[in-house]
Write a new protein. Structure first.
Length: 235
């Protein structure tokens, strides 16, 4: 687990360094762009609260680690388990002021099923959510923590194998979710920030679908956890 999170963090840092290098190269090609960059850097140096940098449009990419989910219910034979998996996601946000912002995100993690789980396969755990963030006061010029809350949709899907016939077919479980989370942004420039956080989601994977039909199943509520490390860019 520690090694996995280390790889995710290293990837985010490399991406941040690459993005910064590209931005500097583009700035050097134009004197007008260079003057604008200097003015922006001046404002950045005078910033006393990082929350002032969170207004307006933000676009982000991130890597994630998602522990396995455990699904039970009347329509599940025993327990359906998946294992820890890695993935990636995209985020877009808009800061209305230095405290509140709205966001939308989509991510996908690959998870293998547990031992003796049917149907077995390599499942994709997807989360799509719309929510809000609240930046917390820290009086730090570069770093700001935040809390988040969202509503959305989760799904587990894979190409699975029928244990009796050996036939392969698509199978998915999905349902509505509610999530809460928290994290921290650290600005390296007025336009670029590292973003690390965790989100806890709950809901029921109560909608089943295969290649022949789609139906509502009796499933208990289950939780999912995601650890995120990424880079945010403000145009």
């Amino acid at each position: 687990m520690e090694r996995m999170i280390g790889r995710i963090a290293a990837a985010a840092v490399v991406l941040a360094a690459t993005t910064t290098g590209l931005a500097r190269g583009a700035s050097a090609q134009s004197s007008r762009g260079s003057h604008a960059s200097s003015a922006s850097s001046g404002r950045f140096d005078k910033t006393t609260d990082a929350r002032e940098l969170t207004t307006g449009l933000t676009l982000g990419v991130y890597s994630l680690a998602a522990p396995g989910v455990s699904i039970t219910g009347a329509d599940v034979d025993g327990t359906f388990d998946t294992k820890l998996g890695e993935g990636a996601g995209l985020m877009a946000a808009y800061g209305f002021n230095r405290t509140f912002s709205g966001f939308v995100s989509l991510d996908l993690a690959k998870q293998e099923t547990g031992a003796e789980v049917e149907p077995a396969g390599s499942f994709g755990l997807a989360h799509f959510e719309i929510g809000a963030r609240m930046n917390l006061p820290m009086n730090n010029p570069r770093t700001t923590p935040y809390l988040s809350a969202s509503i959305g949709h989760r799904a587990l899907a894979a190409q699975v194998t029928d244990e009796n016939t050996g036939e392969k077919f698509p199978f998915s479980m999905s349902g509505q979710m509610y999530a809460v989370g928290g994290g921290v942004q650290h600005f390296m420039s007025p336009h670029l920030a590292l973003d690390a956080g965790v989100e806890y989601a709950t809901g029921s994977f109560s909608r089943f679908k295969d290649d022949r039909s789609e139906w509502d199943a009796q499933i208990n509520s289950s939780t999912s956890l995601r650890l995120r490390v990424g880079v945010n860019w403000r145009p």
